[in-house]
Design a protein around this ligand. Structure first.
Ligand code: SAM
Length: 242
């Protein structure tokens, strides 16, 4: 494990007990539901899912509610412990999304929500995802993308780390953001077909009140008509049938 991965793991171990508070209010729930709905729509119903960077199991729980079965993987032991608590009976493994401890052709669906920007070697994570998916299976990810509004984020995270701001995501992890072309190339190189890239999210849980209310009202319009103002990138794709 690299120094950066250790830093990410240690950070998420340290916020595991408070991570859910971040999403445990109407705004947080709206934000997480909004982005996870994109993934749910792109993945097969009632399949076997692998969720990479499952955190406390928020997405696994949602997929189970839609009738599927799921396995979660996360680099942080404490986040997976929380996920086990949330989804008793489900399997959660501790590990790096770049080396998946699963057999070839084991899943119908692979998901990853708010994780891809942390991954050191995205090519390997995608080729591993391809390997564990069954032919015809689907992958869907959503992460911060390379856009106007995210340009200042690395500097903001560096400052907040120096100022010791206690926040579940605001730390300098050397995150990497991708645009549409880069995502298309990455998924294409890994062998995926039916690649679709969309921009989503305009309202953010950390916005001040009047701004948040306005942003959530115009979010559907922004996503459809002014995607250059959206900050999350959503990608879905399929492993071709042989
Ligand atoms: C912002 S949280 C998102 C958690 C969850 N997907 C959700 O939607 O709430 C990022 C998660 O990614 C995990 N993570 C970061 N890098 C990872 C990697 N290389 N492999 C597996 N998990 C990773 C972290 O431990 C953390 O739980």
């Amino acid at each position: 494990m690299t120094v950066r991965q250790e830093k990410i793991r240690d950070h998420y171990d340290s916020v595991a007990d408070t991570y859910d508070h971040h999403y445990d209010h109407p705004r947080g729930r709206n934000y997480h539901t909004h982005i996870s709905n994109y993934l749910i729509k792109a993945l097969p119903e009632k399949g076997d899912l692998l969720d990479i960077g499952c955190g406390t199991g928020l997405f696994v729980e949602k997929y189970l509610r839609h009738g599927g079965t799921a396995v979660g993987l996360d680099i942080s032991r404490k986040m997976t412990a929380r996920a086990r608590h949330r989804c008793a009976g489900c399997e959660f493994a501790e590990g790096n999304g770049e080396t998946l401890p699963f057999r070839n052709n084991s899943f119908d669906a692979v998901s990853s929500l708010l994780v891809f920007s942390y991954v050191r070697d995205p090519e390997t994570m995608l080729s591993e995802s391809y390997r564990v998916l069954r032919p015809g299976g689907a992958i869907a990810i959503c992460t911060l993308g390379k856009k106007l509004l995210t340009r200042g984020i690395p500097a903001l995270y560096q400052i907040s780390e120096k100022m010791n701001v206690r926040h579940v995501v605001m730390k300098d992890f050397g995150e990497h953001y991708y645009n549409e072309d880069e995502m298309n190339d990455l998924f294409n190189q890994a062998g995926f077909s039916d690649i679709a890239v969309k921009w989503c999210s305009f309202a953010h849980i950390d916005m001040i009140d009047p701004l948040y209310n306005l942003a959530s009202k115009i979010e559907p319009f922004v996503e459809k008509r002014v995607p250059q103002l959206a900050y999350n990138i959503f990608v879905s794709a399929k492993k071709p049938r042989e």
